[in-house]
Design a protein around this ligand. Structure first.
Ligand SMILES: *Cc1c(COP(=O)(O)O)cnc(C)c1O
Length: 356
């Protein structure tokens, strides 16, 4: 990419499978643009419900092994729509402290009582449930893959806990879809469990734009009638819908993309760790390189950029104070040479900075 006029190799995007520029995906978008024009021209319930929507929704439901799917304009709006429609002021939401900002906003919009548990800490979660007063319904809400560190929620344990404690579990699998599990079905499939209601995005692994909810048919019907971020907004452009559907097709036809990005992630993690960096474990292509000190982190990011390598720095308040880090993300579209080059530069600059 070109960053401030400089050609750099970026390890920063969410285009995990490299589908955003896939020739078939681009063609599908162009064809739809020519055929249908540039805009949905209205909300879906008026006349913006393009015939491409049901096709895309069928594909998403099939991918996730669910009865039905509903596409929203973004993942952010899918979270707002699902939670504000399903959850109300008489309900309790217990959520992971490191959940994505859009889930925070969605929980707030629902009007429910919201409690947060320490990251992936089931004891803390249980404590909140034990202290809970009388609520109509209780929800546990978590990211599948956490967006900053790329670690996973303990979904099998959460599924059991939700069943035993009479709660409903909702996951946002923005970073898992297309990347984890057989055929890219996501985090729950990767962890060999099943979550009845999942929210996701088309703008990461799928390389397009849009959000979605997958669930049973009744829940989806309910959202169509109740989710305000679905009802009161314009539909997605036809080109975006066609390109997203094409991405899902390519995903199925080219399983090497998922295999490659996971292989690269494993390789880069172990190379950086062997060099002496502190990196988080896990299977995802989100690799945080924990540095700690903010100034050192910014110096490292700047030094990489001098070498035309873009690995963004993440610091307070996105992460706690003194836990600043570089957040590196990989894509199936990265070449072996680019990956080797990035490791080489990170190690060289890491040694110069005294980090390793
Ligand atoms: C990126 C992200 C979203 C928002 O998705 P958009 O399609 O970009 O609006 C929601 N949840 C999580 C966990 C994310 O990482």
């Amino acid at each position: 990419m070109v960053l401030d006029g400089r050609r750099v190799t970026q390890f920063a995007s969410n285009d995990y499978l490299g589908l955003s520029r896939h020739p078939l995906v681009v063609e599908a978008g162009i064809d739809a643009l020519r055929k249908y024009g540039n805009s949905a021209t209205a909300s879906r319930l008026i006349c913006g419900n393009h015939e491409l929507y049901p096709k895309l929704e069928k594909r998403l439901a099939d991918l996730k092994g669910k009865a039905a799917a509903l596409v929203f304009p973004t993942g952010y709006m899918a979270n707002l729509g699902a939670l504000s429609a399903l959850v109300g002021t008489d309900d309790l939401i217990v959520m992971d402290k490191l959940n994505h900002a859009s889930l925070y906003d969605a929980c707030r919009l629902s009007g429910a009582t919201v409690k947060r548990y320490a990251h992936n800490n089931l004891e803390h979660l249980e404590k909140h449930l034990a202290q809970a007063g009388r609520y109509r319904r209780r929800y546990i809400v978590t990211d599948g893959v956490f967006s900053v560190d790329g670690d996973l929620a303990p979904l099998p344990e959460l599924v059991d806990l939700a069943r035993d404690r009479d709660c409903r579990l909702v996951i946002d699998d923005a970073h898992g879809t297309g990347v984890l599990g057989p055929a890219g079905r996501g985090t729950s499939a990767h962890l060999k469990t099943e979550v009845p209601l999942e929210i996701g995005t088309l703008s990461k692994g799928i390389g397009a734009l849009g959000g979605f909810v997958v669930a049973d048919r009744e829940t989806i019907e309910f959202l169509i009638n109740k989710a305000r971020p679905f009802i009161f907004t314009t539909g997605l452009p036809p080109a975006t819908l066609a390109a997203a559907a094409s991405s899902l097709e390519v995903m199925a036809d080219e399983p090497w993309r998922q295999e490659r990005v996971l292989k690269l992630a494993k390789y880069v993690r172990s190379a950086l760790e062997n060099a002496g960096f502190t990196v988080s474990q896990g299977p995802t292509p989100i690799i945080p390189i924990i540095i700690g000190d903010e100034q050192t982190t910014l110096r490292m990011a700047a030094a990489c950029l001098e070498n035309n390598l873009f690995v963004p720095a993440v610091r307070h308040p996105t992460v706690p104070l003194n836990q600043a880090r570089l957040r590196m993300t990989l894509s199936a579209a990265h070449s072996d040479a680019e990956v080797e080059m990035s490791i080489e530069i990170l190690c060289r600059e890491g040694r110069k900075t005294g980090l390793i």
